[in-house]
Design a protein around this ligand. Sequence first.
Ligand code: NAP
Ligand code: FE
Length: 362
Amino acid sequence: MEFIFEMPTKVVAGANCIVTHSELLRRGKTALIVTGKSSAKKNGAYADVVAALTKEKITHILFDQVEENPSLETLERAKNMAATADFVIGIGGGSPLDAAKGIAIMLKHPDIGADNLIGGEKLDAVPVIAVPTTAGTGSEVTQYAIFTDHKRKTKINYGHKVFPEVAFLDATYMLNMPLGITRYTALDALSHLVESYLNTKSNAMSEVYVRMGLELLATCFKPLLSGNLSLEIRQKLLLASTYGGIAIAQTGTSLPHTCGYSLTYYENMPHGASNAILYRAYLQSFENQERVNDILQWLNQANIDELGDIIELLLAEYKIHCLEQDLKKYTDITFSNKAKLTNHPENATWDMIFEIYKKSVL
Ligand code: NAP
Ligand code: FE
């Protein structure tokens, strides 16, 4: 048994936890708050962060222009208006949280532009605080950030390692989240947990979080299907998502996430949906069905089709059909991402990837 388990983020959970623990925001005189276009103002998270900063006599600059699947150009715009910020607070789904990490690197290294942010030597960043308002990406406890790179025509992980210093988990911000977003983000959490387990780097400690996360998600399927989502269920979804983040921080994601990038970039499919739609075929293609059966057992599902049917119902409004020639292109793109494919513990051939796409979205 050999592994390193790393989780440097302080996780604080509970209703109103940002204001209650405002002292954890003391990271400098001026904060840059990074959000999406409107949800943070509607769900109360932005107001709570401002109240906590005011309590601590910290001033702030607001950048509220992060789009879904943030582009490098957006990061550049944020950097240009925030040179005086000492630290960054990301509020929102994975898009603003990831953007906060990229901007934090550029604030620490003013000579780095968004153009040369991807790859190269690993760079440090000014402190990042994360306030997730979706329950899916786990970005509040991961070192990763995924950006849309229009030059490379894909989504790409920036390759640096910026763990948020603090993650505030307050599920009350999710109470009015539309059902569609709730569903596809929950399926993103599911896919992180599964891909961490069916992974070359899976280890004894990451597997503890996988099992706990999947058992939590199993209790959320009925409410996700009915749309009857209480605060208690929202809390479970948020915790399962954070567990998924802790698990992939150790292992990374695997094949479906690599395939999903093209469905988001070219087909405009939301991130969580773009992975989950491939799941029935992905799990069927996996040779080690003992590992798959562990997952099904923790999710309380009799077989792959039972799980596949639930995923299909949850994604009904996001179903897409692609052209065969486009699926060939997406297979080429996925197949060329060798670094990511090393996480898949079995032989990932071009034909197998194409088959997963065809069975799922032709
Ligand atoms: P998102 O792109 O951050 O947000 C999706 C939508 O949800 C936006 O319209 C947003 O509105 C809205 N929204 C957010 N919180 C809400 C709330 N509480 N109530 C109502 N609406 C709300 O979605 P996401 O799925 O969370 O994040 C996806 C991104 O995360 C992708 O770029 C993906 O690649 C990345 N990701 C990162 C990691 C990681 O480890 N770093 C892992 C997985 C995925 P506003 O725009 O108005 O805020
Ligand atoms: Fe994801």
